[in-house]
Design a protein around this ligand. Sequence first.
Ligand SMILES: Cc1ncc(COP(=O)(O)O)c(C=O)c1O
Length: 449
Amino acid sequence: MPTTLEAKTPRLVTALPGPNAKRVLEQDAKFMSPSYTRDYPLVAKRGHGAIVEDVDGNAFLDFAAGIAVCSTGHCHPKVVAAIQKQAAELIHMSGTDFYYESMPQLAERLGRTMLGTESKKVFFTNSGTEAIEGAIKLARYATKRDKLIAFYGCFHGRSMGALSLTASKSTQRKGFGALLSGIEHIPYPYAYRCAHHHTEETCGVEILEQLEGQIFKRLFDPEDVAGIIIEPIQGEGGYVSAPKFFLQELQRICRQHGIMFIVDEVQSGMGRTGKWWASEHAGIEPDILCSAKGIASGMPLGAIVARESVMRWKPGSHGTTFGGNPVCIAAALATMDLIESEYMENARRMGDYLFGRLADWTKNFKIVGDVRGRGLMIGVEIVRDQRTKEKAADLRNAIVDLAFHKGLLVLGAGENTIRLSPPLLIDQEQADFAVRTLEDCFREAEKKA
Ligand SMILES: Cc1ncc(COP(=O)(O)O)c(C=O)c1O
């Protein structure tokens, strides 16, 4: 019989939370900041592949991957070996002041993944929000303009600059006072709730008209706009994809006015959608691309990748003590090897398989309003009534909790969406388990509805 971690599907041996988990929860309540948002009491101890074991020996199938971070699964042996080797050799030197070989190696590899003939330059950070923070500064620096445009529903991070762009939930801003000025938000093309009844291919025509006809004429002269920033698939906002034409048109508008086209691929990138970047599906060439999360399989790393002609800031204009730490870079190089050799293709294949299995959910379950996304970035929107599309946050929360009690880890996104963002290495047996478990949860939730 395989050990708990070698098994492919969950095994629960205690009631949840178990006795050891309860002890940790008590400690946590005493000593940890109450700002964290835990949906259910998972107390993780070990992980392997797509399986996570808790402190009581319960094994879960992980369809959350630490918020889409553990791209190569938990503790992939090749990633662990790369981290161990690097940790024994050099842990820190600060790339701001010194050089080490792996830094430009990773930068070159990342740059090559981006579309466009112009070569790219890279600045490494410790997180997604820092990548966004740097992108704001770079866009302002490169254009000598200060205005920015972002989208409702977007999540770009929680540091003050990134938070000024974020327009996901008001609790994320409440109580923190004035943010950056000179930022306007416009609607994101959300086909399922499109006010103009467009399809997934055409939703957003009116938003572009609003941008050019209203924002540029009445609020910001386009010559004052430093950047337009968009998630090609909104993550925290509910796994909503922008149509191809919309991203292409935004690029045209940016080029026309000399505005930096900034693409936030912190959640959607690193092979999750079956290509390195979700924006690649639209064939666009961002001026600045931000990455983090899945880039180093759980080690803290982010990257700002920009066209060479854009990233021309002077020495001292931007820096970091830890960003691009050698251990994180080693993890990222091993991660890129794995994604390139097998997991990006697996994400595409398993994504197609899952979408095939989920195709009838809106017919079979009256609380499933929409199933959307790409590759292994899948959103399932839960509604009270398919006709009115009334959002059912309570049912979504109940489903997430029920799934946990059946051994499946998922997270919510947006007000009423379940996000499926497993490690990119899942197989068919694991996909089938997740589908069956969620179907059971829907049936139980429907009884409560
Ligand atoms: C699209 C996007 N951008 C930026 C961030 C911020 O990243 P971090 O939490 O690493 O600061 C996130 C985090 O969820 C994200 O999903």
